[in-house]
Ligand binder design. Structure first.
Ligand code: PLP
Length: 435
């Protein structure tokens, strides 16, 4: 029996994921977690997108241990350190130069919301305007500045202060595939009586991770960039959850061929689960005065070490992208198969790369029930969306194919059980050779 009494007694009611996964985890390697009783779980959650290269990735771990054993700096504020120097050189060589990009790097406090705060503050400073455009279902963090651009009422209602200076615009597909929400934004921007204050910037996720695995089309993203250029607004892509390879390429917007003015990265940037965040922006935006935006933990040197190694190990050629694409196909086929096998359940699939959502009908609670049953069968998986209606498949990009298949089997079996409880049976279908 799992004993969670100390957590119940001492830890605030604010705790969240422990409620979905009520065991005490003790160890983790690759895509497998182990609890205190030695029970194993396949991880389809990856620390909400923080463990793209798996838990305790052996190559990153040995670099880290070697660095610690030689007394490399752990903390360094924003002083120059060898670890940071190497990280800067690696970003330049593996990310910027090959794409012919020119960005300045700002290291912020270690969490994603710290990067978003800095990005928004810089955009407002550069443009001398307050308003920011964000999108329905967007999630950018829960500190006050970021929270103002986060859409979900659950988080907004906890703010305790007015959340100002953000206008929400419908995201791609908000009214279904036939309504072009960019045309709506364009009209709002062109009409001086639309009520929209001229924004300093637009902040957008190319795939909304927390908002329900909503995928923006490449065309919509290109239109957004065009509008930003035409209306003198900065384009901020928040690549915190779906960057670092999640969609197949290192940056999630590469396939769209756009070049944001500002990019935020965090989560899987260190590659090892160590906190680290980064803002990249076009050099001409660098209007910061020395020390004007600060933070004690801007120099997590352990994270610099593993981040450099992760870039070397996975992003020095196109092989990793090809591996991700293969796994994407497998997951996609499997989920499509599930959708067709259970037609009465009214399911659908959406996603890009290794963030894929099995979409259920809002209000039924089906996705949460599947996740709970899956956990009983040894799979860690979460839901997202306004009504937790989307089962979010978010495995490590490095997951072994057998583990991927094992997890997908569990999803299917869990869904079948949930539906059987409602008296529904599966129809056997086979798509794309997934099984
Ligand atoms: N932006 C996006 C797109 C995210 O998905 C998240 C977290 O899920 C954040 C920002 C906030 O990151 P953090 O929780 O590290 O503050």
């Amino acid at each position: 029996m799992t004993d969670l009494k100390i957590f119940d007694r001492m830890e605030s009611e604010v705790r969240g994921y422990i409620r979905s996964f009520p065991v005490v985890f003790k160890k983790a390697r690759g895509s497998v977690l182990e609890d205190e009783h030695g029970r194993e779980y396949v991880d389809f959650f990856s620390g909400a997108g923080t463990l793209n290269y798996g838990h305790n990735n052996p190559v990153l771990k040995s670099r880290l241990i070697e660095y610690l054993n030689t007394d490399g700096l752990v903390h360094g504020l924003d002083m120059a350190t060898s670890a940071k120097k190497q990280f800067l050189e690696t970003v330049d060589r593996l990310l910027l130069k090959p794409r012919n990009w020119n960005y300045k790097l700002q290291f912020t406090g270690p969490t994603g919301t710290n990067a978003v705060e800095a990005a928004l503050k810089l955009a407002r400073k550069v443009k001398g305007r307050q308003n920011i455009i964000s999108f329905t279902h967007g999630f950018h963090g829960v500190s006050m500045g970021s929270l103002a651009t986060t859409a979900n009422a659950k988080f907004r209602n906890a703010a305790g202060l007015a959340l100002n200076s953000t206008s929400f615009i419908p995201y791609d597909g908000y009214f279904g595939p036939d309504v072009n929400t960019m045309a709506y934004l364009e009209r709002m921007l062109e009409d001086p009586s639309s009520g929209l204050d001229h924004p300093a910037a637009v902040i957008v996720e190319t795939v909304q991770g927390e908002g329900g695995v909503n995928v923006a089309t490449q065309r919509w993203l290109r239109e957004l960039q065009r509008l930003c250029r035409e209306h003198d607004m900065l384009l901020i892509v928040d690549d915190i959850q779906v960057g670092c390879g999640r969609t197949g390429t290192f940056f999630s917007f590469e396939q769209a061929g756009i070049q944001p003015d500002i990019i935020t990265l965090s989560k899987s940037l260190s590659g090892f689960g160590l906190p680290m965040s980064l803002v990249l922006f076009k050099p001409e935006l660098d209007t910061w005065k020395p020390g004007e935006h600060s933070g004690t933990f801007r120099g997590n040197n352990l994270a610099f070490v593993t981040a450099s190694q992760a870039l070397e190990s996975y992003w020095s050629d196109a092989q990793f992208t090809q591996q991700i694409q293969k796994k994407e196909q497998l997951v996609r086929d499997w989920l499509e198969n599930i959708v067709q096998s259970f037609p009465q359940a009214g399911l659908s699939v959406r996603g890009r790369g290794l963030i894929q959502g099995l979409v259920t009908t809002p209000g039924e609670g089906l996705a949460n029930r599947i996740a709970a049953k899956a956990f009983e069968q040894g799979l860690v998986i979460e839901t997202s969306g306004s009504h937790d209606e989307v089962l979010k498949v978010l495995p490590a990009l490095t997951i072994e194919p057998e583990q991927l298949t094992r997890g997908l089997h569990v999803i299917e079996a869990s869904l079948a059980q949930c539906l059987a409880e409602r008296g529904h049976k599966a129809r056997v279908v086979k798509i794309g050779g997934a099984r």
